[in-house]
Design a protein around this ligand. Structure first.
Ligand SMILES: *Cc1c(COP(=O)(O)O)cnc(C)c1O
Length: 354
């Protein structure tokens, strides 16, 4: 940190992304990317992209993509916001809907970026411990008087709340925004999108990084009442009006056009997940009930950090969080069946020699 940095930021601890090793080839099960390529329609759109057109700015209103997304989710364009990855939207949500005496509340064990955004914007926040079984207790978010942020399903636990449980949280917070981060919703949880018409305080955030296999393209979307979308637009036009590049907009349109492909790969990943759960339980692991494309696992007598390192030695990357209560867990992305077989073989070897 230089002596020039604004003192307000001197204590800021940045988010640590999962490793993206550029040297060695790993079986990469550490950042919840899709093991499958984007749809053939997307690949074709990139091949046909008119690169000369990149001399022009992208459409700041993102009209074409917004219209497609609106149709896909049964809403109007005025209910849709698009951005350069969903982290950008979460950043805006903390900037827009908290601060100046409005705090934030989220679980103690959740997406660790929430804390960073709160600190970045000087938002005072309260974290609520998860229940003993690592689930979120919706009652803990009744009438928070704060910006409520819930990842549903939660990360890194993988556990989901039902739409009715989310409704109760919305119902009890009519004067504050409730953010539902649905980064993993396509892997089997109930989306809160159908509640948008009823609750003007609901902001649903989604990403095309995981289930749509487009992490490198950076496309995040927010769905909400027109008033909340207008607030996000205000911040976008005050920071970066061209926040989504033209190639990514074309890619997004192609992704929406290939909904069938997307459903197929989600189905495959869910199947592989369930097969992996059975195998892990057989090996004596405790596996939290996952509605995502990852598994949060632990095993009696197995040190989480050591397990992560032993897997890495064997060419398999998973994610370990050195945080109280979860330090003996690792988070394993669901890959292809072949990748999961390699992971299970390595896990078996490690527990036999431990
Ligand atoms: C991956 C992830 C995001 C961010 O996704 P982007 O790639 O920035 O769109 C947001 N929330 C959760 C819970 C995530 O796991």
């Amino acid at each position: 940190m230089s002596r020039f940095l604004n003192p307000r930021l001197s204590k800021l601890k940045a988010y640590t992304p999962g490793e993206q090793p550029q040297d060695k080839r790993y079986i990469k099960l550490n950042t919840n990317e899709s093991p499958y390529p984007p749809s053939p329609v997307v690949i074709d759109a990139v091949k046909r992209a008119r690169v000369e057109e990149l001399r022009l700015y992208s459409d700041p209103e993102g009209k074409v993509l917004k219209k497609k997304l609106a149709e896909l989710y049964g809403l109007g364009s005025e209910n849709v916001f698009i951005s350069n990855g969903s982290d950008d939207i979460l950043n805006f949500a903390f900037m827009a809907f908290a601060g100046e005496g409005i705090g934030a509340r989220f679980p103690d064990i959740t997406y660790s970026f929430y804390k960073v955004f709160a600190d970045l914007h000087g938002v005072l926040y309260e974290t609520v411990p998860l229940a003993e079984d690592f689930s979120i207790r919706p009652e803990d978010y009744y009438g928070t008087g704060a910006l409520t942020v819930i990842a549903n399903p939660n990360a890194p636990t993988g556990i989901a709340l039902t739409r009715e449980q989310i409704r109760e949280v919305l119902e009890s917070n009519p004067d504050r925004v409730v953010v539902i981060d649905e980064a993993y919703v396509d892997f089997g949880a109930e989306s809160s999108v159908p509640l948008i018409q009823e609750y003007p305080n609901l902001l649903v955030v989604m990403t095309y990084s995981k289930s749509r296999a487009l992490a490198g393209a950076r496309l995040g979307i927010a769905l909400a009442s027109p008033e909340l979308i207008a607030d996000l637009e205000l911040l976008k036009y005050s920071t970066n009006p061209y926040n989504v590049n033209q190639l990514t907009m074309d890619i997004g349109c192609a992704a929406v056009d290939s909904d069938g492909y997307f459903r197929d790969i989600c189905r495959k990943i869910i199947e592989t997940r369930e097969d992996t759960v059975r195998a892990l339980v057989e090996l004596g692991f405790r596996v939290l009930p996952s509605k995502t494309n990852f598994l949060f696992i632990t095993r009696e007598g197995l040190n989480g950090k050591d397990f992560y390192l032993a897997l890495k030695e064997r060419g398999i990357l998973v994610r370990h969080f050195a945080r109280p209560r979860i330090e003996n867990f690792v988070r394993v992305t669901v890959g292809t069946p072949e990748e999961m077989e390699a992971f299970l073989a390595a896990a078996k070897e490690i527990i036999q020699t431990a």
